[in-house]
Design a binder for this molecule. Sequence first.
Ligand code: AP5
Ligand code: MG
Length: 207
Amino acid sequence: MYLVFLGAPGAGKGTQATRICEKYNIPHISTGDILRANIKEGTPLGVEAKKFIDKGLLVPDEVVIGLVKQRLGEKDCEKGFLLDGFPRTLEQAKALNEFAKISNAINICVDENLVVDRIAGRRMCKCGESYHVSWYDKDTCAKCGSKLYQRDDDKEETVKARLEVYKKQTAPLIEYYKQMGVLSDVDGAQEMNKVFEDIVRILDDNN
Ligand code: AP5
Ligand code: MG
């Protein structure tokens, strides 16, 4: 399984990716998570990436393409992987095509109003789990017990910019993967387990 998850900010890519990777035992590669880890560690990549992420803009293509190419070359990616948040531009998609063959692109579709609410209520854990205040009222992670936090780029102004960037630069990838014959739409507005079941059905039918 060589998977790509598409969808607007807050669509539920990370939430579903964690579960899908657990079920099929493939690595979850989230460019957002890798960049945030670099910011936290204060690496040169992190310092550079922060300038863009804080404004809701995309980190330059050459930076993320290099990052993903290197990661996909690692041994654990040989039998499959799930890319969450990559590709995000046509340039990235074309580059990915040169070094990997994608078997499924899952497009998680959610209305704009819903994603704004989801992002506003999202609470993150450093272990990768994410929660929403509407169904989780504790401030520590149910899996590892660490303290939950809100992402820096989840402020209202930044979220608006991220949505605009998504519409202009990332939404065209839906057509790109449709042309390649690997795209499936999933209704991301449904309850989480239902979204999960729909994705599993698509993957089990196609692989
Ligand atoms: P990234 O980390 O990829 O953020 P994003 O795409 O904006 O997406 P999110 O992580 O916000 O949303 P999600 O779809 O994962 O939703 P989640 O599952 O958490 O990127 C951040 C930044 O890094 C970018 O802006 C850019 O600057 C940079 N970057 C990253 N990749 C890049 C690239 N390739 N090129 C250039 N720059 C790049 O769910 C959201 C909330 O909703 C949670 O609270 C969750 O609990 C809840 N929820 C999820 N599903 C459901 C459901 N079915 N019902 C109810 N609630 C739900
Ligand atoms: Mg995410």
